[in-house]
Every structure is written in C-alpha cells, then in structure tokens.
Design a binder for this molecule. Structure first.
Ligand code: GLA
Length: 384
C-alpha cells in the first residue's frame, strides 16, 4: 500500500476532552463540525475533529470488538466519520495502550491490530493513544511501537498521536514508534499555572519537535473560562491576556493546536485569537524549524524570548513574561544571527496587533504585560 507522509507540520483541530469529558455524542460532534465550518476554522487549518475517551461501551463484544456506546452514538462511528468527511474535516478517535483507557473503557492492549483495522473501517484519520493501565512488566516503548506498526499497516492513512505524558524520556524514542505527535507533559488544566508549567518544562526540549513528529504540549484551554469537563480541568480559568500568551507559546513552540473549548459558543476574543493567521503561520511553517531561546536583555528572571527561523528567511520572535509584573524585554539582532557587517536591518511586524512597527537596526524592545507576550515577524531588509 502507498502511505502518505502525514503531519509535515503540527496538526490543528478540536478535541472533545477538555470541555466535555464523557458527555459526548453524535449530536455534539455534528454541531461542533458545523460551528467550526461556519466560523472559518476549517479554512484557518483546524481540520481534525477528535473524539476523546468515553465513546465505547464498557466491554468489548463477543468477537473482541470495540462497541460504540449506542446512547451516545446511535448510528455508529462510520456515520460520524461520514458527516465529518462530508464537511471537509478529518476524523480522530481515541484508545489506550493498556488494558483499559484512563476513564476505564476497554483499551487496545493485545487488540492493536484488530482495533487499527476497525478504526480504518470506520474511516478514522487520527488516533490519540493514551498511556493508562499498562500491564505490569510491559515496556511502554514496545506498546507504542505495536500500535504504530498496526496503524501503518491497517490500509488507511491514520495519524498516530501518542499520549505518553512525557514519561520515560519519551522525546528520545517516540519518533521510532511511528508517532506523528507525542504528549510531552501531564494533563493541562484551565489555569495560568498549568500553562506556565507546561511551557517552561519544554524549554530544554525545543529541539525534539520537528517535521512528522511534533511535541504535543496538550490541548488548548483557550476560551474555556473555567468551564472544564471535570474539576481538575476547570481550575478557575484564565484571563484573555493569559489565553493569548498560551496560544502564542503553543504556536511558537511548534505544538499541535487542538482547540479544547466549546466552539458552538465562542466570544469574539476567543474566536479572533484562535483564528490569528499570523500566529498560525508561524506554527504551520513548512520547514518546522525548532525554536531557540535567545538571551534576554531584561532584569526580569521570568522573561523568556524564543526565536524561530521561518522558511522564507524571516525570523519569528516571541517575548513571554511568565512573571507577575509588566516588564521590558529586548532582543539583540546579533543573537538572532544578524551581524552589523551584513548591511541589513529588520522590518518588524507585530503578529498580535497585525501592524508594522517599521525598521529596527540592532535591537527590538518591548514592554510585556504580566503573563503577557509580544510576537513579531522580523524580515531582513537592506539598510538604506
Ligand atoms: C489522559 C489524557 C487526557 C485525556 C484523558 C481521558 O488523562 O492525558 O488527555 O485523554 O486521559 O481519560
């Protein structure tokens, strides 16, 4: 079989878990698909619609097959897939490498090939594969390799989304399993502390994200405002400023952009943020270069500056203030690789305000609010 190379750049889409946990249904999925289409999410690149845990019955049938819960999905999964495909989206589902999923539904352990086949028959395009209930003495690497190989041979192009939570140095071996993305941290929740902890935990692993295998920092909590599907996820919510920083970090750090809020009832701020085409363009840049940390001319120890080379020669620069007070940040172009002898300067475009800031010679300075960010696209131009 000819397989397509998938996920050259981080996948984008929506996942049911953060807001709906076990309260999922065919109707919810259809309404979500419609809402995404109407508001321009598909056009912006969000094409995967992923049903997370809790979609099946609690036990397999007598042939060992997974059975969709008939109350939640009365017409089965193929009908859901058909609807999603008709609207131009791709269909994602969920299973687990252990005997049970994290919410205690049947997992795929020792059913890997059977389940991969089943997912292919249903028209699944993406499988999130969790890490709960691994039988004792089973090495996680082998279990992820098994499903990786099963999916690669199931007769359909299915993206393999490994959800391994960053344990066992997953970044060092996950690429070998066939995974197209891998969770690198524990579960996110809807709070600034969770966003901050996750982002800072990956600053020394920036090089481990790249084409065809992306560091998944977990689904977005943008726009949830404390309305998570369980107590752990709700966690109080964030301000719009914090959601903006969250989205910009995920974009700059090459994480998949999987929306986790209820897209049927978005406010304007959330919609505008999630559809920010300048931030999306940085995330989706075809060369998928790892970002790097730039030394930060700031007396604020909680400031981080990231830069990412883009395929057209531009440099994206993100200034992130993890601290609780506004402060100044400055980046010296020398640290981005630009020399004075080059006879070039930078033309700066603000990716949040969508406006040009004109030319800067050697340094870009900005005041960054507490928990805020600035993201700039810097284009090298001749010094005139
Ligand atoms: C784990 C995963 C979450 C979600 C839940 C579902 O905690 O990390 O993303 O899929 O399981 O039970």
């Amino acid at each position: 079989m000819n397989r397509k190379a998938m996920c050259a750049v981080p996948p984008m889409g929506w996942n049911s878990w953060n807001t709906f946990t076990d309260k999922i249904s065919e109707d919810l999925i259809k309404e979500t698909v419609d809402a995404m289409k109407e508001q321009g999410f598909l056009e912006a690149g969000y094409d995967y619609v992923v049903i997370d845990d809790c979609w099946s019955l609690r036990e397999r049938d007598s042939d060992g097959k997974l059975v969709p819960d008939p109350e939640k999905f009365p017409n089965g999964m193929k009908a859901v897939a058909d609807y999603i495909h008709e609207k131009g989206f791709k269909f994602g589902m969920y299973s687990c490498c252990g005997t049970r999923t994290c919410a205690n539904y049947p997992g795929s352990f020792d059913h890997e090939y059977q389940d991969a086949q089943q997912f292919a028959e249903w028209g699944v395009d993406y499988l999130k594969y969790d890490n709960c209930f691994k039988p004792q003495n089973q090495d996680g690497r082998t279990l992820y390799r098994r499903m990786g190989l099963a999916l690669a041979n199931c007769g359909r192009d299915i993206v393999f989304s490994a959800c391994q939570w960053g344990t066992d140095d997953v970044h060092q071996w996950i690429r070998s399993t066939g995974a197209h993305l891998f969770r690198s941290t524990g579960d996110i929740n809807d709070s600034w502390n969770s966003i901050k902890d996750i982002a800072l935990s990956q600053m020394d692993k920036l090089e481990y994200s790249g084409s065809y295998c992306h560091n998944d920092m977990d689904m977005l909590v943008v726009g949830m405002y404390g309305k998570g599907g369980n107590e752990y996820i709700s966690a109080g919510g964030c301000s719009d400023e914090e959601y903006q920083t969250h989205f910009a970090l995920w974009a700059m750090m090459n994480s998949p952009l999987m929306i986790g809020c209820d897209v049927r009832s978005l406010n304007d701020q959330t919609r505008t943020l999630l559809l920010n085409k300048d931030l999306i363009a940085i995330n989706q840049d075809i060369e998928c270069r790892a970002p790097f940390l730039v030394s930060c001319e700031s007396n604020n120890p909680d400031m981080r500056i990231l830069a990412k080379y883009l395929s057209n020669g531009d440099v994206a620069v993100g200034m992130f203030n993890f601290g609780d007070t506004p402060s100044m940040a400055a980046v010296d172009f020398w640290d981005l690789g630009l020399t004075v002898s080059s006879q070039k300067v930078m033309e700066i475009y603000d990716c949040i305000r969508h406006e040009s800031l004109g030319r800067k010679n050697e340094i870009l300075t900005s005041v960054i609010p507490a928990h805020g960010c600035g993201v700039y696209r810097c284009c090298l131009v001749d010094r005139s």
